[in-house]
Design a protein around this ligand. Structure first.
Ligand SMILES: Nc1nc2c(ncn2[C@@H]2O[C@H](COP(=O)(O)OP(=O)(O)OP(=O)(O)O)[C@@H](O)[C@H]2O)c(=O)[nH]1
Ligand SMILES: C[S@@+](CC[C@H](N)C(=O)[O-])C[C@H]1O[C@@H](n2cnc3c(N)ncnc32)[C@H](O)[C@@H]1O
Ligand code: SF4
Ligand code: SF4
Length: 326
């Protein structure tokens, strides 16, 4: 069965799939969604629950061991609990979710019960009014409650992802890091990419990992941690601190050499890279009754085998971040 596993063009295993279960979102982060909104897939263009289930089963057979549910906002997809339960029963080693956290107060318990192990929560600011400015919605309190609900329901580890943007939240980097001194959480700062809404991207708002690190070192004594294989982040700890913090640097120091992932969009396309222009449509295959699982599996293998380590033009992607899932 080894040769039936997903491998990239260099023969490296692909064992992580980021699955976008919806292109809809209850927030409108300015760096992710254009002001005039996005063109959503119609119900019929979206993978149904059964189609997602079938795809997950094939991916598991092809050696995928880590699944991340993303969106849009994954908690806005009806039936997300059932989906987690199904994925859980298939035997993936790691089932995670990237969420804006707004609906976590309502869903954290159910998600844990359905087999979700952990969540990464996107939160760019610790100031409620700033949150509203960034996301267009007054929901800071819900996200904060959501983090607590995730903790109380045993979702662990909890990672908070913050996109660092100069003039927007770069004065909060050390405050976020301070949270990791007394709490068992991980905070990761993501470099601002032109991938979301390229036409509104202002390169002057970019702040690099090196600049962020400098700010943190001015306030704390820190130590680097061993980088986990395939991890997107370089991690640190305040000496003596409970939690950890780190940096995801797709712009200043990309990590494509260790890329072990594919992306699946809510409308049934495979993307071999976050920034790739080309998409591989398998929706029509899923809906063609003469295409069996073995044929679909071969298609996935072929697509994966064409994946090269790429950090191609970040401005050239095929769709908004909210329609990819980060
Ligand atoms: N360029 C690039 N950026 C990525 C990639 N994976 C994740 N990111 C960025 O990092 C952000 C956070 O990723 P997460 O959704 O938390 O996933 P992850 O970092 O794989 O999470 P863990 O499994 O917990 O390590 C994403 O929203 C992207 O902005 C990748 O393959 N390439
Ligand atoms: C597209 S969202 C989807 C999942 C969920 N709605 C959330 O926000 O966690 C996934 C991640 O992409 C990140 N993201 C979106 N646009 C970005 C950009 N232009 N640069 C860096 N990260 C971005 C978000 O901050 C978020 O952490
Ligand atoms: S980053 Fe996530 S929460 Fe914000 S608009 Fe994009 S998809 Fe929605
Ligand atoms: S830019 Fe593309 S190849 Fe590089 S790590 Fe991200 S998804 Fe992988």
């Amino acid at each position: 069965m080894e040769n039936m596993h997903l491998r990239d063009a260099q023969g490296k295993p692909i064992n992580y799939v980021r699955f976008s279960v919806t292109d809809r979102c209850n927030l409108k982060c300015f760096y992710c969604v254009p002001e005039d909104g996005i063109c959503h897939a119609t119900q019929d263009q979206m993978l149904s629950m059964d189609e997602i289930q079938r795809t997950l089963k094939i991916l598991h057979q092809l050696g995928v061991r880590k699944i991340r549910m993303t969106g849009g906002e994954p908690l806005a997809r009806r039936g997300i609990g059932r989906l987690i339960r199904l994925a859980s029963a298939m035997g993936f080693d790691d089932i995670a979710m990237t969420t804006n956290g707004v609906l976590l107060p309502k869903f954290a318990g159910l998600l844990r019960e359905c087999g979700l192990r952990r969540v990464n929560i996107s939160l760019d600011t610790l100031h409620p009014e700033r949150f509203t400015h960034i996301t267009g919605v007054d929901s800071f309190k819900q996200v904060w409650e959501g983090i607590k609900a995730a903790q109380e329901n045993g979702l662990h580890p909890i990672k908070i992802n913050a996109v660092a943007i100069k003039g927007v939240n770069d004065d909060e980097i050390a405050d976020f890091v301070a949270l990791t001194r007394d709490h068992h959480i991980s905070v990761r700062f993501i470099e601002y990419m032109p991938a979301g809404v390229p036409e509104h991207y202002n390169p002057n708002q970019f702040i690099s990992v090196a600049q962020m690190l400098e700010q943190v070192q001015e306030r704390f004594h820190i130590e680097p941690l061993q980088r986990e294989t395939f991890s997107t982040a370089s991690m640190y700890r305040i000496i003596g601190g409970q939690g950890t913090f780190g940096f995801i640097s797709p712009v200043s120091e990309h990590f494509c050499h260790s890329c072990n992932r594919l992306r699946i969009t809510a409308d049934g396309k495979i993307k071999t890279c976050l920034f790739s222009r080309h998409e591989h449509d398998f929706l029509h295959m899923l809906r063609n009754q003469s295409v069996d699982d073995a044929t679909l599996a071969k298609y996935f293998i072929k697509v994966a085998a064409a994946k090269v380590a790429e950090n191609s033009d970040m401005y050239a992607g095929s769709r908004n971040m909210t329609r990819i899932g980060g």
